[in-house]
Design a protein around this ligand. Structure first.
Ligand SMILES: CC(C)(COP(=O)(O)OP(=O)(O)OC[C@H]1O[C@@H](n2cnc3c(N)ncnc32)[C@H](O)[C@@H]1OP(=O)(O)O)[C@@H](O)C(=O)NCCC(=O)NCCS
Length: 172
């Protein structure tokens, strides 16, 4: 049975017939989420941190599943009519195929349905793929936190971005 929190099901390649599912993450998804988090971030967030974003009343967690495997997720917190994107990742082998864009478009739709029109985020100044992704979705730079993130040999800036007019978007 499809959960009411499942938003999109489609097969993006008729030859492979891989089922793709875009839905809200549930507590049962914690181990899959932790596995993907560990593939994408060093150090990864702890299981209890991830759990708090799945169950949090003012949080939104979206996962994209392909053939039953979690390949992309986004975690957000919300306050009144604003949201903040806290974590976004795509499985390394599946980057550059439009998965993150699709998940963020779904996130925008879900936020709008909650009456939220503004989303904010922070990104490392060296993270060209993420910066390009956010710009392509209408995010604009709002500020810089100098030396905010540690690197292997020093510090790097955080770029603060926001999208102040979340538009209706097609996730088809
Ligand atoms: C950043 C990240 C989420 C992008 O996911 P993705 O699924 O590869 O991105 P998409 O394929 O949806 O790309 C959407 C847009 O992002 C931009 N983009 C994506 N990868 C890019 C790259 N390697 N170089 C330049 N631009 C890139 C492009 O504008 C692209 O649009 P286009 O294909 O129409 O030109 C992914 O690289 C990732 O998981 N990185 C590690 C974790 C991370 O950095 N998360 C973000 C923390 S702020």
């Amino acid at each position: 049975m499809i959960s009411s929190r499942c938003w999109i099901i489609y097969s993006n390649d008729p030859l492979i017939m891989t089922e793709t599912l875009l839905r809200q993450l549930e507590v049962e998804d914690l181990s899959a989420l932790a596995e993907l988090e560990a593939c994408c971030f060093n150090p990864p967030w702890s299981d209890s941190q991830l759990h708090s974003y799945i169950v949090g009343k003012r949080c939104l967690s979206v996962g994209l599943w392909q053939g039953g495997r979690l390949d992309c997720f986004a975690l957000l917190s919300t306050v009144l009519d604003e949201a903040e994107l806290l974590q976004l990742a795509v499985r390394p082998d599946f980057r550059g195929r439009g998965l993150a864009k699709r998940v963020l478009q779904c996130v925008h739709d879900q936020l709008r349905q909650r009456g939220i029109v503004r989303n904010m985020l922070e990104v490392r100044s060296s993270n060209a793929p993420a910066l390009s992704l956010y710009r392509s979705l209408g995010y604009q730079q709002e500020g810089i936190r100098k030396g905010y993130y540690p690197t292997a040999d020093g510090r790097e800036d955080a770029i603060l971005m926001s999208c102040n007019n979340l538009k209706e978007s097609s996730t088809e």
